[in-house]
Design a protein around this ligand. Sequence first.
Ligand SMILES: NC(=O)c1ccc[n+]([C@@H]2O[C@H](COP(=O)([O-])OP(=O)(O)OC[C@H]3O[C@@H](n4cnc5c(N)ncnc54)[C@H](OP(=O)(O)O)[C@@H]3O)[C@@H](O)[C@H]2O)c1
Length: 319
Amino acid sequence: MKIAITGANGFVGSTLLSSLQANDFKPIALVRRSFYAQGVAVREIDYFNPQQLSAALADVDVVIHNAGMTKSLSHTEMYAANIGLTQKIVSTINHIDHPIRLIYMSSQAASGPSTADLPRKESDPFEPISIYGKSKALAEKVIHEQCLQAYNIVRPCSIYGPQDRDFLQLFKLCKRGLSMQIGKEERLMNMIHVSQLADFIQHLILKNDVNKETFFASDNQIYTQAQVVQYISQAMATQNRQIIVPQALAHGAFALSDLWGRIIRRPLVTNLEKYKEITAEAWLVDSSKAQELLSWNPAPQMPELIKETYQWYISNGWL
Ligand SMILES: NC(=O)c1ccc[n+]([C@@H]2O[C@H](COP(=O)([O-])OP(=O)(O)OC[C@H]3O[C@@H](n4cnc5c(N)ncnc54)[C@H](OP(=O)(O)O)[C@@H]3O)[C@@H](O)[C@H]2O)c1
């Protein structure tokens, strides 16, 4: 089975690529700049060139549309990357004359946050609170309204693992013996390790009869930030001093960081959009649909996977 992955050189894309390769699929990396992965076919394309995109997808059975922009200084740029690019992929596969299955890498952010006692279901209406979330929700709508081929939508919860630069910031703080929590309340969330997400996608690929379904992807466990910090501290064998940052102060710090990002023309992880997401009441999803339709029941492994992530950061000089 030939499986094309857009954004194959990014954090999630490159793990998907190696995991599919290890499991004897034939992944094809679609990228917009030069990239090398041993034993993998690489197609360097301009996604906005219709001829190039059609040629790149002409012989594939599955396309995992994973390319996407998670932060940007410009809403227009983010909409073009997340909605515009999805539109191009959909119209291209609509014109291919053999069955091709689309798997769209959306995000929990498209659905929006939950309350602490009511995890969100896939069927809940879209209630994104960030521009990123809105762009992913609108990309999902494009697929529902325009895609004539078989498709599924996957909404991963927060993803951690080797090559991730967002959770790296938490590891860096822990390395200095610190951890910070905004406000006094513990917020509940779901998460998934990038290798578990790659497994999730393979469960989905192997279920040929599942069509037009949307799934939240998590490791099915509930975490607090304090718990995650505790696992990181265990992996590092450090003790952390927890600092509770009042919400108003945190808002000011994120606003300054957002402004700094605009000055240096590089979106930083600590931006005002992220602040809205971090301070939401909870990010919980109901994972029963994936359990029932995809038999998705991963073993709880966060302490080991955090340790492995930490070791990757160390051995690659990121920490
Ligand atoms: N990381 C998370 O916690 C998380 C959670 C839920 C969902 N997701 C989704 O997972 C997917 C992958 O995210 P990631 O964390 O792996 O991000 P990443 O490391 O930044 O990788 C993003 C990939 O998308 C490509 N890309 C970005 N903008 C593009 C554009 N305008 N045109 C073509 N390609 C573009 C990038 O190509 P270049 O390298 O050429 O820039 C890169 O290959 C995204 O769709 C994201 O929304 C991520």
